[in-house]
Design a protein around this ligand. Structure first.
Ligand code: ATP
Ligand code: MG
Length: 430
């Protein structure tokens, strides 16, 4: 049930001495933003993921600010700020090298703001601090840090839920998922990231309401896929999606091909393990590579079918056509920026060149701008049980020194002949 403002609870106030977040863990610039808002006569708090993560002893990704100041008032207080936002208006405030999202307290919707299926059409009604807390998604995401005395305000029971390791919807879970079905994915993502469980009544409606994800704009769903799979907890997120059978809604063709062929599933898991490991080591990951891994199952299947059924002779042509078709189908569900799909396409269409048992133009292949990604992908396929492991090892050796390869992977064996080739290439380049 949504609480209307008069029923809004008084917050539990958790004093600094109890919650134990040391002041120095809170970014100085973030504190300055709060301070200036308060000096300007407004209420201002840190809220959301940063408070949650600080309480869990984690490093917050960013600091979000909630305030009673309207966006224009925020802009007037901060010369280095600008107003942004499509779904709702926010101020981006620059402080030092950081950018802070400063959002005005918002109220929960009224009936006029939802469509026939209960989906929120707009979410831009300003409100009080209490209302702002109640329109947030989960209790652990609705804690407000007050820098004036270092206390934390809890309007929804987020503090005990954080202790208990529980993701709980604020209000009626069914209503909240209908308003915004992406909250279903967010529940799964936070459970995976924090190692929490979704509390039973918040879990119960997921199965029935998950099909509403089909109505979510494709661009927003892709953003959510990136958060699920490039947030450092991809493997756990995949397991969470499995638990509620959500992958078929996000990537239908992938789910189908993973059911048919276990290597598709293994490839995804290996890719996600690598991604998580890279992010843990502060190394970059590429959304193009993620797209390549996510859609490889259906791409390979289509290419196989084109060759066996339609008599397409060239593997390269079959893969290129399969790539375009698979991307077009997936884009209806999650619209992917072109730079990412272009990279995925290059990775796929380079595979035959790397699979070739008698590779030609080895040096030129290694120098190709997409070689590294295509080679990593070949390794991944080998690990997933596709019969290319031996080719992957060959290319490992051909490169001599594999550069950024993961240190925990076994060192390559480098045949002398390949070494010579490599030095020849150097010589030519010099
Ligand atoms: P992280 O940034 O670590 O992914 P976060 O909790 O900060 O997690 P954001 O997407 O940055 O997540 O959102 C900030 C806060 O805004 C959330 O903590 C939550 O309170 C609120 N929020 C975000 N998305 C929604 C939503 N779809 N429905 C309700 N509240 C939301
Ligand atoms: Mg955040």
């Amino acid at each position: 049930m949504q609480l209307s403002p008069p029923d809004a609870p008084a917050p539990d106030v958790v004093p600094a001495s109890e919650h134990g977040i040391p002041r120095e863990r809170i970014h100085r610039n973030a504190r300055q933003v709060l301070e200036r808002l308060v000096e300007g006569g407004f209420e201002a708090y840190l809220v959301g993921g940063c408070v949650r993560d600080l309480l869990l002893g984690r490093v917050p990704k960013d600091f979000d600010v909630a305030t009673s100041a309207r966006p224009e008032e925020v802009r007037d207080l901060f010369p280095r700020s600008r107003l942004i936002g499509r779904r709702f208006r926010l101020a981006h405030v620059r402080a030092g090298r950081d950018v802070y999202e400063v959002a005005t307290f918002r109220a929960s919707h009224d009936a006029a703001a939802t469509g026939p299926d209960g989906m929120l059409l707009h979410d831009n009604v300003y409100g009080t601090r209490e209302e702002d807390a109640l329109r947030r998604d989960f209790t652990v995401n609705a804690l407000y840090y007050d820098d004036r005395d270092g206390s934390i305000l809890d309007f929804t029971g987020g503090f005990p839920d954080l202790d208990a390791g529980v993701i709980r919807s604020i209000g009626d879970p069914g209503v909240r998922y209908r308003e915004d079905p992406v909250r279903i994915l967010r529940a799964v993502r936070f459970a995976a990231k924090l190692g929490f469980r979704i509390e039973p009544s918040s879990e119960a409606p997921i199965h029935e309401l998950a099909p509403l994800l089909e109505g979510v704009p494709a661009a927003r769903l892709f953003e959510e896929i990136l958060k699920l799979f490039q947030g450092g907890h991809a493997l756990e997120s995949l397991r969470g999606l499995d638990r509620y059978d959500l992958l078929p809604l996000l990537c239908p063709a992938t789910a189908v091909s993973a059911d048919r062929d276990p290597s598709v599933r293994t490839l995804l898991e290996r890719a996600f393990e690598n991604t998580d490991r890279r992010l843990a080591g502060d190394r970059p990951v590429s959304p193009g590579f993620l797209v390549a891994a996510l859609l490889w199952g259906p791409v390979r299947e289509r290419a196989d079918a084109a060759q066996t059924e339609d008599g397409v002779r060239s593997r390269g042509v079959a893969l290129a056509e399969a790539a375009d078709e698979t991307i077009a189908i997936q884009a209806k569900r999650t619209s992917m920026p072109r730079r990412f799909t272009a990279m995925a396409r290059d990775i796929w269409t380079m595979q035959p060149r790397l699979e070739n048992r008698r590779p030609r133009r080895v040096a030129a292949t290694i120098a190709h701008p997409r070689f590294r990604a295509a080679y990593d992908f070949l390794c991944l396929r080998g690990e997933a049980g596709e019969p290319v492991a031996e080719r992957a090892a060959w290319w490992t050796a051909a490169q001599g020194d594999p550069g950024e390869k993961d240190p925990d992977e076994s060192p390559p064996q480098v045949p002398r002949r390949r070494r010579r080739r490599r030095s020849q290439r150097r010589g030519r380049a010099a």
